[in-house]
Design a protein around this ligand. Structure first.
Ligand code: NAD
Length: 480
């Protein structure tokens, strides 16, 4: 691999597998610790040289070039993303590809319009009348570490704001989705004016290169998306060099149905959400909170939807629920399905591998009933097409159950009276909430979690500012 992004010496590659078929999709460079060391060195040099960090219009131009180049490859990328991430193709017209590519333009605009210098006015600390100016500057070298479930969305939601802000970036994608990242590296190298060293994409079969990136003292900030368990170790390791960390972690979000809602329709929508991309979304609402007196009606509607959706070939535009990313992830989901039964639960539908699918990593969309919110299957992130239905006794109880979670990433509220639904939404301790079908996703919208779902926000102006430092300069004030 070179800091010129995504190249490897012959023989140092690893394979990427299609999770729907177990066939090999391609090979990616398998970087070594020495490659990572070189990438960090190049990023440090490119930042310290100063040209990139001090030229917002160059950065805006490069981001627009990247957007246009990726859009020009949309057909190839769509196919590759479906094959490598196993995501249903319909999602690539939104957050799996087209939306994050388009959002690069939003970050380019922000680089040009942002108020990099702000007058804080005149003050007289210790009798010295002074004009104070706040300067916003790039944080430096960013180590970006990403998961496999929404590879373009997360890679670009880090590159867009980090580059717009003037940082240099070493991106370490997940071992499960190296090909889409290597594609991005090639486009950056061949179709943009991004200067050498400003971005390196280090694909690797090993998690250890992520750990190396976090511990390296030349890296100023780590932007991490992944599981809460890994996020904790990132935080611990970053402490040794007092590095800033920005963490987007897991979730166990609630889908709250109030007693004045159309319970059947709301429960069916919740089922659709959990089946989408086989539930492999951090913000997926995986706990369905139903009014106790209408619990059976909601369970029935959700189960019927899950059975109707089933699983399907992700390349088919009609498919909602594709495969899980790997055998390891399928085994993990199956261990939670066994746990659900051990905890006294039952399956209203699903609970097994779909018959007749011998190849690939599949689990039927599943609805668990009969467990309390204290059960591990209701508290821990399963990351599969698995919904847990829980009864509530009114708005206060629904809020209590929704908030009784170590996580706080997202949520949904459905109710007949929108003001009442909004009042419930305001009481949820989560970073995003959709009310009665409202959608919050977008490059201009900050996304992130309360509690153990993370620290900081990605995207939007808040997300951009995560990648900035602040400096105050004071000069003597002589009345002008
Ligand atoms: P993961 O934590 O196993 O891995 C994420 C990345 O971290 C990978 O690139 C991996 O190689 C790297 N890594 C692993 N160990 C490391 C270490 N010790 N130090 C540094 N880097 C290390 O997560 P995953 O299985 O790839 O992804 C699924 C998880 O990601 C789920 O928990 C999901 O909720 C979470 N996620 C969160 C968001 C969000 O925005 N909150 C978005 C998508 C996914």
């Amino acid at each position: 691999m070179s800091p010129g992004m995504g190249r490897a010496a012959p023989g140092t590659c690893f394979v990427s597998v299609d999770p729907a078929t177990e066939e090999i999709v391609g090979e990616a460079p398998d970087a070594t610790p020495a490659d990572m060391d070189a990438a960090i060195g190049a990023a440090r040099e490119a930042f310290d040289a100063g040209g990139w960090a001090s030229d917002p219009s160059l950065r805006a131009r490069c981001l627009r070039q990247l957007r246009d180049a990726l859009a020009g490859h949309a057909g190839e990328l769509r196919e590759l993303t479906v094959a490598e991430a196993g995501c249903p193709v319909f999602l690539t017209y939104g957050p799996q590809l087209d939306s994050p590519v388009a959002d690069l333009g939003w970050f380019a605009d922000l680089a040009e319009s942002y108020e990099w210098s702000r007058d804080l006015g005149v003050g007289a600390p210790m009798g010295m009348t002074s004009r104070r100016t706040l300067l916003r500057e790039p944080a430096g070298v960013v180590g970006a570490i990403t998961p496999w479930n929404f590879p373009h969305q997360i890679n670009l939601a880090k590159l867009g704001p980090a580059l717009a802000a003037g940082n240099t970036v070493v991106l370490k994608p997940a071992p499960d989705t190296p090909l889409v990242a290597a594609f991005l590296a090639r486009v950056l190298r061949e179709e943009t004016d991004v200067p050498p060293g400003v971005v390196s994409v280090v694909t690797s079969s090993s998690h250890a290169l992520g750990a190396q990136l976090v511990s390296d003292p030349r890296v100023d900030l780590v932007s991490f998306t992944g599981s809460t368990v890994t996020g904790r170790s990132v935080m611990v390791s970053a402490a040794a060099t007092v590095k800033r960390v920005f963490l987007e972690l897991g979730g166990k979000s609630a889908y709250v149905v109030l007693d004045d809602a159309d319970v059947g329709a709301a429960a069916a929508t919740a089922a659709f959400a959990v089946a989408t991309h086989a539930g492999q979304g951090c913000a997926t609402t995986t706990r369905l909170l139903l009014p106790r007196e209408r619990f059976d009606e909601g369970v029935h509607a959700a189960a019927r939807t899950l059975v109707t959706l089933g699983v399907g070939d992700p390349a088919d535009p009609a498919t909602v629920c594709g495969p899980l990313i790997s055998a390891r992830q399928r085994d993990r989901v199956e261990s939670y399905l066994r746990l659900a039964l051990d905890e006294g639960g039952a399956f209203a539908c699903g609970g097994r591998r779909p018959p007749g699918r011998e190849r690939g990593f599949w689990i039927e969309p599943t609805l668990i009933v009969g467990v309390p919110n204290s059960a591990r299957v209701a508290r821990e992130e399963i990351f599969g097409p698995v919904l847990v239905a829980l009864p509530h006794d009114g708005d206060d109880d629904a809020v209590r159950i929704a908030n009784d979670s170590p996580y706080g990433l997202s949520g949904v509220v459905h109710g007949g009276d929108e003001e009442r639904a909004l009042a419930v939404a305001r009481r949820l301790r989560t970073g995003t909430v959709g009310v009665n079908g409202g959608q919050w996703y977008g490059g201009d919208v900050p996304f992130g979690g309360y509690k153990q779902s993370g620290i900081g926000r990605e995207m939007g102006v808040l997300g951009f500012e995560e990648y900035l430092e602040s400096k105050v300069v004071a000069t003597p004030y002589r009345g002008r």
